[in-house]
Every structure is written in C-alpha cells, then in structure tokens.
Design a binder for this molecule. Structure first.
Ligand SMILES: *[C@@H]1O[C@H](CO)[C@@H](O)[C@H](O)[C@H]1NC(C)=O
Ligand SMILES: *[C@@H]1O[C@H](CO)[C@@H](O)[C@H](O)[C@H]1NC(C)=O
Ligand SMILES: *[C@@H]1O[C@H](CO)[C@@H](O)[C@H](O)[C@H]1NC(C)=O
Ligand SMILES: *[C@@H]1O[C@H](CO)[C@@H](O)[C@H](O)[C@H]1NC(C)=O
Length: 503
C-alpha cells in the first residue's frame, strides 16, 4: 500500500482508503498469478503476434500442459489453431513433474493433499485469459479475440482493472471481427448480411447477480443460447475443467456473446441478432460496471438468492433508470421472511410486473425454465427495444470514466494510418489493378501459358519441341514485361505505414 503521512489528509475519504487497499490486494493477486504463469516479464514487454506464430519443434507437437507455466502457451497455440478445447486449463495429472510435486506435498500433509493440490495446481480459465490479454499487445489481442469469436466463445467486453485504475472496454480488440447472418427479413430470398461486429446495432441484454448464487448463471445462459439438441459452452462456467477454481484476477470480468440467426427452416431461436452480456461476480463491488450495463442494455436480468435491507437499499436506486429489470429468484430451500419482506418492498418500489419476476426452485424442470427464458428474450426482442453497437458502448464507457482500449496511442496511430490507406481506395478492383501490377492480367496470361505448357492442347501440327520453345519464349516475354514494372506507391513501405508499424 502507498504510505501516507500521518494524519491522513482530509481528501482521503474512507472510499479512497478502501480503493487503495483493494487495489494493493489486487496488485498482489495479479503478481501471484503472473508469476505462477511465468508471464511476469511480459507485463511490460508485451507478447506480439509474431511471438505466437513462430514455428518451433516445441509448438509443432501436440502436448498437454503439465505445469501452470504451460497454460498461457497452451491457450495461445490452441486458440490460434481454432481448437475448441483452448480454454481447458486442466493439467495433465499423469505428467512426472506433477507426480513428483504431489509426493512432496503428501509428506507435509496427507489429509489435505488432494484438495490442496487441486487448488494450488489449478487456475481458473478466466484468470488465464485475463493474464494472457494483459500480457499481449493490442495486435495480438485483436487476433486472440477474432479467433475466440470463430470458436463461438464469449469475448471479454470489459477487462478488469489489473494494471490500470479502471476497467477497459475491448473495442479495438474486436475491430477485426466480421459476422455473416441471415435475418428473418431475408429468409425468403436466402440473402444474408455481412457486417463488422463492432458496427452492428442490436438489442443487448445483460445478466448479473446480486450476492452469491448456488447455481451457475453462465451455464444457464449457455443453455439459453444453444440451439435445440446442441449444447455449446459460450461462457466459461464452473462445471467446465477448472471452472470451479477460485478466480483471483478475473472477478468482475464482463463477457459478451451473440446470437446470429441463419439456420435453415424455422430452427432459429431468435429472428434477429441479439447480444448477451454476462458479468462474472457480484454487482455490489462492481457497481460502476453494473451502471455501464444498465446503460447499454435494453433489459437487465438480476439473479438473487436472498434480499437483505442493504440489498434492498442498493437496488431501490434503480427506480430512476429507464432500463427494464427482470429478477430471477433462485430459492433452493424456500424463502426467508427477511427476503420476503424486502422483496415485497422492492417490487412496489420498482413497480415490477409479474412478468418481470421469475422464480427458479429446485422442483422445477430445467429444460422448462430454459424455454421460459428463451420465450421471454423473444418477447423482449419483439417489443422494438433500443439497439446499440460496441462503438456506441465506447461512448457511454468514456462518459462513465471507463477506459477504451482504442484510445491508446498505438491504436490511434494504427487506425489513422489504416484510414489514410483506405481513403485512397475508392474502387477496390481498380485499386488492385493499379497497385498490384504484376497480378491481374499479366498474371492470368502467365498462368494460361504455363497451363498450356503442361497440357499441350493447342499444339496442332507444330512439332512438340518447337511448340514448347515457343511457349517458353512467350513466358519469358511476359516475365520481362512484369520486371519492367516499378514498385507502386501502395507497395512501398513509406506508403504503407501499417506494415512498418507492425514489424
Ligand atoms: C488464488 O488465491 C488463493 C487465496 O488467496 C491462493 O491460495 C491461490 O494460491 C491463488 N491462486 C493463484 C493461481 O494465484
Ligand atoms: C482437459 O484437459 C485435461 C488434461 O489435459 C484432460 O484430462 C481433460 O480430458 C480435458 N477436458 C476435455 C473436456 O477435453
Ligand atoms: C446512461 O448514462 C448517462 C450518463 O451517465 C445518462 O445521462 C443516461 O440517462 C443513462 N442512460 C440510461 C438508460 O441509464
Ligand atoms: C405490466 O403488465 C401488463 C399486463 O401484463 C402490461 O400491459 C404492461 O405493459 C406491463 N408493464 C411493464 C412495465 O412491463
């Protein structure tokens, strides 16, 4: 903790003190996680795309991670290869290294060895993800998120404040992602739309929890978003490999996932695209993020298991907000009188409708509950809710003091240069012809002659050797023409700053 002179200056309110204390605790947790992952050096010296793409005997073979230090590389290599198991952070229990360690531990404490081992030698996939993103430069982050999106994984929208005072909105990191889908309106014509993800406006629905919750919100969301008969883990949940391990740095991570229609027949869950946001962690310590979510979403679902007076006071502040709230009460063992009292007060205070209150108890069929939620989301989307894209979210984030990754200098310069290059391109076809002079027509002619050289179809009465040397002469003539072309403006490094920038 930062030392302060005694007595404390008056501006150091309790909140500031708590913030400083928490942030020093968070710094320590981050330090621990990075050191266990062997990533400390990359905190300042960020990993670049070329560090990951480098091919060596080490990464060519398929391997299972044997120590925590393997996990970042396991994730990076698997995700680059679009492997759906990239987020599995479990270690290989058969590895000799691991067994040695477990024997050492057993000498110390036989009873606890199993549980102690499983926690000391495991890391939550969300912690690994946060650590890897923190240690990556903005171009590698872009590549990671693009690949994650291809694997249909949920993407980090707000990265927790780890090395920064505030959390960060990952706009730049999503810039490269393009989605293709078939909206209901184009189903007849079998047409589709293709658009940059960060520019696509759609209804956005958030899911958060207050206090602790004995069932997994992420798992329920995966069920809600999965098409019938197929289950896909969009969000990481506690029943996945190592998903139960305590989150040390990723608490408060906000993930976003999308549903895009495009299935044949009437198999689509929803007829138009929708974004679903999931806050990992309790809303109380993440009030700023919760404020952001209420601001960007058309509806917010709040999972609660009990409501105390403190919770009631916190939530009654929502009556000022224009967003529509839904409460999902999870009451596995019946409702306490305290919860009942404050629930009733809350219902009248926020003027909640019956439709905005859902009860999930243990007697209820899970599939039925999932269906109910899907129907509810369908209704929300039919009610012409407000639509928003990630660029709009960035505007709101800045207003609330949340950082936007794109505002950093490297991204600003990068996008300025990209805009400069793109500004010259009016007609893509013409631009390619003018700038890539060796390709286009000369290339086509060359290919034709090379093909004829193999096939000898139009030889006619000419003797083979003669015909062949004619074709060879034609080839060298075409090559000579190509060689006369100078480098065009679009090809010279001075003119394509983005290239020199990356390297
Ligand atoms: C996470 O925190 C717990 C409790 O402070 C600690 O025992 C554990 O070693 C930490 N794990 C990592 C990977 O830092
Ligand atoms: C995750 O990795 C561990 C260790 O490599 C392996 O035993 C386990 O089967 C993997 N999980 C899945 C779902 O493939
Ligand atoms: C979003 O936040 C802004 C600024 O704090 C506020 O003016 C606006 O009313 C909020 N909108 C919603 C829907 O909460
Ligand atoms: C409350 O429910 C009624 C009838 O079910 C409906 O007409 C009304 O729009 C609802 N109000 C809100 C705020 O959802």
């Amino acid at each position: 903790m930062v030392p302060y002179p005694q007595p404390y200056p008056t501006y150091l309110t309790t909140e500031v003190m708590i913030f400083l204390f928490l942030s020093s605790e968070r710094r320590q947790a981050l330090q621990n996680v990075l050191s266990k992952l062997g990533m400390e050096e990359h905190r300042s010296q960020k990993l670049r795309l070329k560090d990951v793409l480098q091919i060596s005997p080490e990464n060519a073979k398929s391997w299972t991670p044997e120590s925590l230090g393997d996990l970042p590389w396991h994730f990076l290599r698997k995700i680059m290869a679009l492997n759906g198991m990239a987020r599995n952070t479990s270690l290989d229990y058969m590895a000799p290294d691991y067994q040695q360690r477990s024997e050492d531990k057993e000498e110390l404490n036989t009873d606890d060895s199993i549980s102690c081992l499983s926690d000391a030698n495991a890391m939550n996939p969300l912690d690994v993800l946060c650590a890897v993103l923190l240690c990556s430069d903005s171009f590698l982050q872009q590549e990671i998120l693009s690949k994650m999106s291809m694997c249909q994984f949920a993407l980090p929208l707000l990265l927790p404040a780890l090395d920064t005072p505030k959390c960060t909105l990952m706009l730049w990191a999503m810039r490269d992602i393009v989605k293709k889908w078939r909206p209901h309106s184009l189903a007849e014509s079998r047409g589709f739309r293709e658009e940059s993800l960060v520019l696509t406006k759609m209804p956005t629905i958030s899911f958060v929890r207050l206090g602790s919750c004995s069932f997994s919100k992420s798992k329920l969301l995966n069920d809600v978003l999965s098409p019938s008969q197929q289950h896909h883990d969009f969000f990481i949940h506690r029943d996945m490999d190592s998903g139960h391990v305590l989150r040390n740095v990723s608490d408060g991570l906000v993930e976003i996932s999308w549903y895009f229609p495009g299935r044949r027949g009437n198999l689509d869950l929803f007829l138009e695209p929708v974004a679903v946001i999931n806050l990992h962690g309790d809303i109380e310590p993440h009030w700023l993020k919760f404020g952001f979510l209420t601001n960007v979403s058309c509806s917010v679902f709040i999972f609660v298991e009990s409501v105390s007076e403190k919770n009631y006071l916190l939530l009654s502040a929502l009556k000022e907000s224009a967003t529509k709230y839904y409460f999902i009460f999870n009451i596995p063992t019946g409702i306490s009188s305290e919860t009942q009292t404050f629930c009733d007060k809350l219902i009248s205070e926020l003027k909640l409708n019956k439709s905005q209150l859902l009860v999930k108890d243990s007697s209820q069929n899970k599939a039925k509950f999932v269906k109910k939620l899907q129907n509810l989301l369908g209704c929300i989307m039919k009610s012409s809710p407000k639509k928003i894209n990630i660029e709009d979210m960035a505007v709101i984030a800045r207003e609330l003091g949340i950082q936007v990754d794109e505002d950093c200098k490297a991204c600003q310069t990068g996008s300025k240069w990209a805009r400069e290059i793109a500004a010259e391109i009016k007609d893509t076809g013409k631009y390619k012809k003018a700038m890539f002079r060796l390709q286009g027509d000369p290339w086509k002619k060359l290919a034709k002659v090379e093909k004829e050289l193999c096939q000898m179809r139009r030889q006619g009465g000419i003797p083979s050797e003669k015909y062949r040397s004619q074709l060879k002469a034609e080839l060298s003539e075409l090559r000579a023409q190509q060689n006369k072309c100078d480098l065009t403006d679009g090809m010279t490094p001075g003119h394509s700053p983005s290239l020199s920038f990356v390297s």
